[in-house]
Design a protein around this ligand. Structure first.
Ligand SMILES: NC(=O)CC[C@H](N)C(=O)O
Length: 234
């Protein structure tokens, strides 16, 4: 019997759903469920992942139509119960659009799609998604986005920082945060953010694309492992 069931939501236009499922299912004791956006049933998921891609073609704004998908009502209720929800790239955009996370993702500073590995610093390792990382550890993770430029107004940002909700920042390979290292122009170099309760995490980098050293990095693997250990009670 599976110890942990991980549900991966599939929107029209998701393109990282199978990679995410593959990464999650590679852990012993994990079963996965693909959750079609038009359904209302989370199929017993212990954790829900909103994967990367271009839900509804990114029309209007990335994530702005996906938030109306029927499954999102269930995901919002699930998150309100303190259950884990992870949004990767387009999933992060959906989490912001539906209000599970605060702020917005806008076009990259240079208005260009960025597709490359980037150093990313773990700013808070005291979440269920990051417990197996060292505080301030520098990860090598791929990004692939056109709308990754995070923004929150100064008073919101101050509160997010004070409440330890900033979980990842873009940095250089030595862990230094600078304008040059912050390629998409995100305010405060934010690459990943949680809600106040820390059970909802959204990030632009793709941990599922860095889950095997054959892919150039397995630094994303511990994000899944941290959550799976938490759900298995380890
Ligand atoms: N890989 C992704 O999820 C990124 C696509 C995203 N919709 C964008 O901003 O371009």
């Amino acid at each position: 019997m599976a110890e942990v069931t991980i549900g991966v939501v599939v929107f029209p236009g998701s393109n990282c759903d199978h990679d995410t499922e593959f990464a999650a299912a590679s852990f012993p004791g994990v079963e996965t469920r693909m959750l079609w956006h038009n359904e209302h049933d989370l199929q017993g998921s212990d954790m829900v992942v909103l994967p990367g891609g271009f839900s509804y073609g990114d029309y209007l704004r990335a994530g702005s139509i996906a938030k109306f998908s029927p499954i999102m009502r269930e995901v919002i209720d699930f998150a309100a119960k303190g259950r884990p929800v992870l949004g990767i790239c387009n999933g992060f955009q959906v989490l912001l659009e539906c209000g599970l996370l605060e702020g917005a993702l806008t076009r990259n500073r240079d208005k260009k799609f960025i597709c490359r590995f980037m150093p990313v610093k773990v700013v808070n390792n005291r979440t269920l998604f990051t417990s197996l990382y060292q505080q301030d550890e520098v990860l090598n993770l791929p990004v692939a986005h056109g709308e990754g430029n995070y923004y929150a107004p100064p008073e919101t940002l101050e509160r997010l920082v004070a409440d330890d909700q900033v979980v990842f920042r873009y940095c250089d390979e030595h862990g230094n945060v600078s304008d040059e290292a912050n390629l998409n122009g995100s305010v405060d170099a934010i690459a990943g953010l949680s809600n106040k309760e820390k059970n909802v995490l959204g990030l632009m980098p793709h941990p599922e694309r860095a889950s095997d050293s054959l892919l150039g990095s397995d630094d994303g693997r511990r994000m899944f492992r941290s959550a799976i250990d938490y759900l298995s009670g380890i």
